[in-house]
Ligand binder design. Structure first.
Ligand code: PGA
Length: 255
């Protein structure tokens, strides 16, 4: 289905507020670990950005110290920049290799990222959706949120029924990603990305959105308390059957 304008749905999002960003990351990592331990062939959706870095550090610790094994797990990442080869330090493939994949026992061929250098992006996106289906769907998708409410590279205005596709980055997102954490000059940031769609994300059996810091407070409040609207992509999780927002106190400060 698709929606026009704003509407109100019964908000089913569960809220967990932790005292600080580390506690929030540990909570989110624990939720992933439960799925990895419970399912015989767990399928985990992953995100990049600053927020999940501590989550991945905790998953690595659980692997090393508490025998958490990813041997039977498959992973799917939300997005990838168009034009960056996997060898580029700022590609999301390189981020995932550095922060997680190279430090756990996941099998390389079960780590799925969109290929930003694919000659035919539409086919690449279609193949990604098929790989999710073939894996049996995503058990849990870890998400971040942009200051403008985006999830993955689904910027405000992204249709609720959107699927994996090529999108243009907004000036806001380009600025956020060139503040020195990832790129230091806006000119270096790719202008387009391949991203899982809102419908792709909504189909995950469980969604965990992790947000920390005061910069996310307005977007979190809009997603949680505002209307179900494509103007705030994260609000399109309100009617998901199993979605939890894991926040620190700063991100929850506008409630
Ligand atoms: P961040 O990005 O974790 O780097 O803040 C989150 C996002 O834009 O989804």
């Amino acid at each position: 289905f698709s929606i026009s304008g704003d509407c109100f749905v019964p908000n089913k999002i569960k809220l967990v507020v932790c005292k600080d960003s580390s506690a929030a990351a540990l909570d989110a990592a624990g939720r992933i670990a439960v799925i990895v331990r419970e399912r015989s062939t767990p399928v985990i959706g992953l995100a990049t950005g600053s927020t999940p870095e501590t989550v991945y550090a905790e998953l690595v610790r659980l692997h090393r110290e508490e025998k958490l094994s990813f041997r039977n797990a498959s992973t799917f990442n939300l997005d990838e920049y168009v034009g960056l080869p996997s060898t580029h330090a700022q590609s999301y493939r390189a981020f995932m290799q550095a922060h997680l994949f190279s430090q756990i026992d996941v099998l390389p061929w079960r780590t799925h990222l969109l290929d930003g250098t694919a000659a035919l992006p539409a086919l690449e996106c279609e193949a990604f959706e098929k790989r999710i289906l073939a894996a049996g769907g995503v058990d849990l998708w870890l998400l971040g949120i942009g200051g403008n409410g985006h999830i993955a590279f689904n910027e405000p205005g992204s249709p609720v029924d959107s699927r994996t596709r090529i999108v243009a980055l907004t000036p806001e997102t380009i600025a956020a990603n060139s503040d020195g954490r990832f790129f230091s000059d806006p000119a270096e940031v790719p202008r387009a990305a391949l991203t899982a769609g809102i419908a792709t994300i909504r189909e995950a059996r469980r969604v965990v959105l992790l947000a920390t810091g005061a910069k996310k407070a307005a977007a979190v409040a809009a997603a949680m308390k505002g209307p179900f609207t494509e103007s705030c992509p994260a609000s399109l999780l309100q009617d998901h059957a199993d979605c939890t927002f894991v926040l620190d106190e700063d991100a929850a400060s506008l409630f």
